[in-house]
Design a protein around this ligand. Structure first.
Ligand code: 3HC
Length: 300
């Protein structure tokens, strides 16, 4: 395929103001894409915008350490590429070449969103899901043009993590897939190609690893602190498994484990953990709630 065959992406609509939607929007406006974020309330949109501003300020301070005025101009210039809307009806879906859904991990809600978007998509538009646990095949169950549907799975924190998994659904067309690979490279991320299998590459390896760390501690084989130290110093990971579990969020972890266990009940790699379930039931969700497997000082 030659480059001219690719779909030229300029306008991006991101649905969802969570960590992922916000992070993807930050990276995309930084690279000059015109981005609209769709949120559920003005509060969520305002929070998302202020996270983006903070993230861009970090970059600006590094780039212009001795020039506050230029740094501010740089940030405000990039923020001009960002629009915020409260409803899908207000979003410029018809003008977008790429729409990324980064909403709650709820299959029915995702399916309905895709079906609602379908009649408004431009002829060349690509629709992507940032799902981390569902199969694309299931997410696109009620979507009638699966050739223009694929997965773009980013990692948290999006501005810092250099990877994006580009997931090819069973029907994703080559031109759509190659256009997404090019888009990801323009974002400054490294794309990896993967098929529509549970957890794609990273989560398929990461979730069993995190679960085994929990089971190891449940068996009394080692303390959480020693397991974390071992994996950081023994394998060079930036965070040990318990730090990472708390970073990802225990509710998210439980959601993925439960979903996979339900789908593959006999697979011991996805066996639930009583400790994880109990922490979630107590509202100990990790960093975001101040406590999870570890306790976290309030962030300033
Ligand atoms: N905007 C811009 N830049 C940012 C940023 C933001 N919001 N957040 C971080 N950064 C940049 C920093 O500026 C810094 O850049 P530099 O190296 O050029 O100075 C770099 O990222 C590292 O940030 P910090 O110095 O603040 O912090 P640390 O060095 O302590 O690293 C960390 C923090 C990047 C979170 C690191 O601990 C890490 O990599 N942890 C592992 C995270 C991980 O594994 N994520 C994947 C989770 S799994 C997932 O997301 C899949 C899902 O489906 C479950």
């Amino acid at each position: 395929m030659v480059a001219s065959d690719l779909i030229e992406i300029e306008n991006v609509v991101i649905i969802g103001t969570g960590l992922m939607g916000t992070g993807i929007a930050q990276v995309a406006i930084e690279k000059g894409f015109a981005v609209t974020i769709v949120g559920r309330s003005q509060d969520k949109l305002t929070q998302s915008q202020s996270k983006i501003r903070n993230g861009l300020n970090r970059i600006a301070k590094k780039r212009f350490p001795d020039d506050a005025a230029t740094a501010e101009e740089f940030v405000e210039g990039l923020l001009d590429n960002l629009s915020l809307v409260k409803t899908i009806a207000e979003a410029p879906i018809e003008d977008a070449q790429l729409i990324i859904e980064a909403i709650v991990e709820n299959l029915k809600v995702k399916q309905k969103l895709l079906a609602d978007l379908e009649p408004r998509l431009a002829n060349n538009a690509i629709l992507c899901s940032n799902t981390s646990s569902f199969l694309l095949e299931d997410v696109s169950d009620k979507f009638n043009s699966p050739e223009r549907f694929a997965g773009l799975h980013f990692f948290n924190p999006v501005p810092a993590m250099k990877l994006c998994e580009v997931v090819k659904g069973g029907a994703t067309s080559d031109v759509v897939y190659d256009s997404l690979l090019a888009f990801v490279r323009k974002l400054g991320k490294t794309p990896v190609k993967c098929g529509d299998t549970p957890g794609f590459i990273v989560n398929r390896l990461l979730i069993p690893y995190l679960l085994e760390a929990i089971h190891m501690n449940e068996r009394g084989d080692a303390s959480k602190e020693d397991i974390d130290t071992a994996m950081k110093l023994g394998t060079g990971h930036p965070m040990g498994p318990f730090e990472l579990l708390d970073y990802i969020g225990l509710d998210t972890m439980k959601f993925v484990v439960d979903g996979w266990h339900q789908r593959y009940p006999d697979d011991p790699r996805f066996a639930p953990s009583e400790t994880l379930d109990a922490l979630v039931a107590e509202g100990k969700l990790g960093r975001k709630s101040g406590e999870g497997f570890l306790s976290h000082a309030p962030r300033g």
